[in-house]
Write a new protein. Sequence first.
Length: 132
Amino acid sequence: GFRLAARTRLLSVCGEFGHVLALSVGIWLLLWLVCFLALFSVRPDLGPLTALIGFTGSALTFLLPVSGVANIGSFHAGWIGAVAMTGLNAENALSGAVLAHGVMTTGTLSMFVIDRIGSVLLGRGNHDTRAI
């Protein structure tokens, strides 16, 4: 009895971890895809590695002790600094950073609005939203 219960709990935890891991990887891949498409729209000759470098540079700015409202400024500085190492000029790098950040922010706000509308339509609009 105890062994079976322990195994069941272990599988449950591993299953939840697997779902969280898959979801996390999926989210990071989608964010990278936004960065790639933003750079591709600015300079179609750039490859996916440049987008990965820019995305990594912008993601590392979360380690800084200061950040602008909605991450404006630090995201772009990290992106431009990282992409500049690949030889892309500052104007194109800034265009790609602003476009990627705009798409990510618009997507996030759109999902929030859709959630709120859905909650109201389904009669679930009274739940606690302080964690948002």
